[in-house]
Write a protein that binds this ligand. Structure first.
Ligand code: 5AD
Ligand code: SF4
Length: 478
């Protein structure tokens, strides 16, 4: 019987995608996916170290997995991702029931590490490489299921050279490296042929794609492009109805990328644009390389290029030295740029980062109180935006059962908002397909929609999107 594996993922979309790559490699080895660890012979944990909490959770999970190993002889346990990259052999030494550790540049070694473990050899492989080999992964195996019908991630660059003072990613993911465009386009075409309608381009600073090669005049030798040119090439692939990218850095928006938002029909009207803080003092100490006004101007230009565009963001409260006035600047920018949603975090010191030893740490209860105020403002802004959408029409990529009601379908609109259907659509609307929807209600978490009757020729979906779904700017929230 085929060996059964399960991959458990912590952290960001990059990790989710890395887990998919590992799963695909294991399918190519003839293994089968198990829905949960209890049914698996091989368990791979893909770890995150962006904040301390995620790291602690891994260690307590690994402790508990001693029992999992004991239950069935021959079981194999591996750990990859950012904690693995950071801690290397120390994790293997600390947990004797762990069989292998692999770093963020070593996904391709997982099958060999599994084979070695089955022969009784424990190993760590966390070597960093600047080689482009790591992008050469096999095509999707017929047995592979992403769990996300109709959607797929495509890696365009990896690593980060920005060294924001709070962030461990440059240490866990290594130096910035862009993937040759041909590989990206081939993968995108293959995904489109397999029925994928929405592609999300992934990279730690995704819009920095190709910048080092552009600057050194070597795009032709390496095979990269400027990011906006890559988007233009992807936009032309038949079958790709939606293009997204995440996460961009504010300083890498050039004129061409902003214009792409006005001109490329398939480029979705949503940008997840990490702000981190709205205070210039804090931004400087975070080494973000922009000011609050730079960010405001960028938001204005994006909204001007594409009036129905939604901005979401990442925000950190309680960075060392953050005063009440600094925090209020963050609240002000969040309001001024009409953020529709945000991931909000309390600052967590990370080993080896420039901010680790900064003085003037913010008291935990103050950080907690700021987090709650920020979340409450973001919630108000989300709800106001959602309410503004009621009565409009949109197009939803159906993804599966809604979380509110297991009988109903749910999906995402072009702005990446969750749309729950209030009633099952008639016809053959299934996960992985696009459905025209009318928005009938709004909650802080989602839009509520109803499938529209099928569009006639003079009422095509695109007309509906452009005309009926009038661009709505969010009303200001006091
Ligand atoms: N503490 C808190 N939040 C952090 N992030 C990154 N590093 C830290 C840290 N040390 C947040 C940032 C980033 C998101 C992925 O995680 O907001 O954009
Ligand atoms: Fe971390 Fe900054 Fe790089 Fe983003 S740009 S991954 S926050 S160092």
């Amino acid at each position: 019987m085929a060996l059964r594996f399960h991959v458990h993922t912590y952290g960001c979309q990059m990790n989710v995608h890395d887990s998919q790559k590992v799963a695909n490699l294991l399918h190519h080895e003839g293994m089968e996916q198990a829905d949960d660890a209890g049914d698996a012979d091989l368990l791979v944990i893909n770890t995150c170290s962006i904040r301390e909490k995620a790291e602690h959770r891994l260690y307590s999970d690994l402790g508990r997995l001693r029992e999992w190993k004991r239950e069935r002889p021959g079981r194999v346990l591996g750990v990859g991702g950012c904690v693995a990259q950071q801690e290397g052999d120390a994790v293997l030494r600390r947990f004797p029931h762990l069989d292998f550790v692999f770093g963020t540049h070593n996904l391709r070694l997982v099958p060999a590490l599994v084979a070695a473990a089955r022969d009784g050899t424990r190993a760590t492989r966390v070597d960093e490489t600047r080689s482009l080999d790591r992008f050469d992964l096999p095509e999707r195996h017929p047995g592979f299921e992403s769990g996300s019908p109709g959607r797929a991630f495509v890696t365009v660059m990896e690593g980060c050279d920005m060294f924001c003072s709070f962030c461990i990613v440059p240490r866990t993911r290594g130096r910035e490296i862009s993937r040759p465009a041909n590989g990206i386009l081939d993968e995108a075409r293959a995904l489109a042929d397999a029925g994928v309608v929405e592609l999300t381009l992934l990279g730690q600073t995704v819009n920095a794609y190709g910048r080092h090669d552009v600057r050194r005049g070597r795009t032709e030798t390496v095979g990269t492009l400027a990011f906006a040119e890559l988007l233009t090439a992807l936009d032309a692939i038949p079958g790709v109805s939606r293009l997204r990218y995440t996460s961009p850095h504010p300083i890498f928006f050039d004129e061409a990328l902003i214009r792409a938002h006005a001109e490329l029909e398939r480029l979705c009207p949503h940008v997840h644009l990490p702000l981190q803080s709205g205070s210039d003092r804090v931004l400087e100490r975070m080494r973000r390389r922009y000011t609050a006004d730079d960010f405001r101007r960028l938001a204005d230009r994006l909204h001007a290029a594409r009036p129905d565009l939604v901005l979401t963001s990442d925000l950190i409260v309680g960075f060392p030295g953050e005063t009440e006035a600094d925090f209020e600047h963050t609240l002000a920018v969040v309001r001024d740029v009409d953020l529709v949603d945000a991931y909000t975090f309390k600052y967590s010191p990370r080993p080896g980062t420039a901010a680790e030893d900064l003085p003037d740490s913010v008291a935990p209860e103050v950080a907690q109180e700021r987090l709650e105020r920020l979340q409450s403002q973001v919630r108000d802004q989300t709800l106001a935006y959602h309410r503004g959408r009621v009565g409009g029409t949109t197009e939803v990529l159906l993804l599966g059962a809604s979380r509110r009601d297991t009988g109903a379908l749910s999906g995402r609109d072009p702005q990446h908002r969750v749309v729950n259907l209030a009633a099952p659509p008639s016809g053959d609307a299934a996960p992985g397909t696009l459905l025209p929807v009318e928005i009938v209600d709004a909650t802080p978490h989602s839009l509520i929609g109803l499938a529209r009757p099928s569009a006639g020729p003079e009422d095509s979906l695109r007309d509906g999107l452009r005309l009926a779904d009038e661009p709505r700017r969010m009303p200001a929230v006091a």
